[in-house]
Design a protein around this ligand. Structure first.
Ligand code: PEP
Length: 251
C-alpha cells in the first residue's frame, strides 16, 4: 500500500477556495504516494470533477451511522459513495469533543462505510489531561477496540488508522518520535489481538496527525512504520501541502 497524505480542510474553505486549492495541488504528480482531499460536504462534487484524470482521491469529513432514510441533515455512506469518495474520516476529536460522538457511534459509521467499500480514516487520540495522567495507552486501546468491535468484515477491509493526539491538533506541538513509535507498537498489538498481525501489516496504514507541516514532516516521514499523515492547518496552503507531498514521496 502506498503512503498516504490527507488534506483535511475542515469547515474552513468556501467553494472557490476549495477549487483554487485543488487546481494548484493537482498540477504536481507524485508516483509513490496517494494524495487525498477532504473538502466540506457541499463542495465534494465540484472538487471531484476537477480530480477527473488525476490519481488524487476524495474523502468525506464524516459519514452517518445510519443507512439511507429519514434522518434530517445527515449524509449516508451510500451518498458518499455516490459522490465518488474513496475514504471518510471518522472519530475525529473535534467531533468527539464538540458533537459528543461516542466510540459506539463511530463503530456504526465504520460498519456503514465498509458496506459501501469506503475506507475509513479512523482517528484515535488522547487529550492532554489523559496523557498527563498516564492514561494514554489505555485510552487509545479502548477507543480502537470500541470503534472496531463486532465488525465481521474487518479482516477483509482496509483501514487508515490515524493517531491524532488531541493536544497536538492545531497547537503547533507535535508528538516526539519515541512516543509515536510506542503508540504504533501499542496499536499494532491491539489490532493483532483483535484481528491478526498479518491484518495489521497488510491492510492497515498507520498515520500521524497533529500540527504536521512542511518543516517538521521529515522526522516522521523517514520512520518505516509511519504510512502517511492527516494534515489540517498546513493543508490549506498549496505550497506547504505540496512540499509535504514531495518529502513523503521521496521518503
Ligand atoms: C487534524 O485536525 O486532523 C489535524 C491534524 O490538524 P492540524 O494539522 O491543524 O493539527
Amino acid at each position: 500500500m502506498k503512503k498516504i497524505l490527507i488534506a483535511n480542510w475542515k469547515m474552513k474553505l468556501f467553494e472557490k477556495q476549495s477549487l483554487d486549492l485543488t487546481k494548484k495541488i493537482k498540477k504536481k504528480k507524485f508516483s509513490k504516494i496517494e494524495i487525498v482531499l477532504a473538502p466540506s460536504f457541499p463542495y465534494l462534487s465540484a472538487v471531484k470533477k476537477l480530480l477527473a484524470k488525476t490519481t488524487i482521491k476524495l474523502a468525506a469529513q464524516n459519514s452517518a451511522a445510519q443507512t439511507l432514510g429519514a434522518l434530517t441533515g445527515e449524509v449516508a455512506a451510500e451518498m458518499i459513495k455516490d459522490i465518488g469518495c474513496s475514504y471518510a474520516i471518522v472519530g475525529h476529536s473535534e467531533r468527539r469533543q464538540n458533537l459528543f460522538e461516542t466510540d459506539q457511534l463511530i463503530n456504526e459509521k465504520i460498519k456503514r462505510l465498509f458496506e459501501q467499500k469506503i475506507t475509513p480514516i479512523l482517528c484515535v487520540g488522547e487529550t492532554l489531561e489523559q496523557k498527563k495522567n498516564g492514561r494514554r495507552n489505555q485510552v487509545l486501546v479502548q477507543q480502537l477496540k470500541n470503534c472496531l468491535s463486532k465488525i465481521a468484515v474487518l479482516e477483509k477491509e482496509n483501514l487508515v488508522l490515524a493517531y491524532e493526539p488531541v493536544w497536538a491538533i492545531g497547537s503547533g506541538n507535535v508528538v516526539d518520535v519515541a512516543e509515536l513509535e510506542a503508540v504504533w507498537g501499542i496499536l499494532k498489538h491491539a489490532i493483532s489481538m483483535l484481528v491478526s498481525e498479518n491484518y495489521f501489516e497488510n491492510n492497515v496504514r498507520f498515520i500521524y496527525g497533529g500540527s504536521v507541516d512542511e518543516k517538521n514532516i521529515e522526522q516522521f516521514s523517514a520512520l518505516p512504520f509511519v504510512h502517511g499523515f492527516l494534515v489540517g492547518g498546513a493543508s490549506l496552503s498549496a505550497d506547504k501541502f505540496l512540499t509535504m507531498a514531495e518529502i513523503l514521496n521521496r521518503s
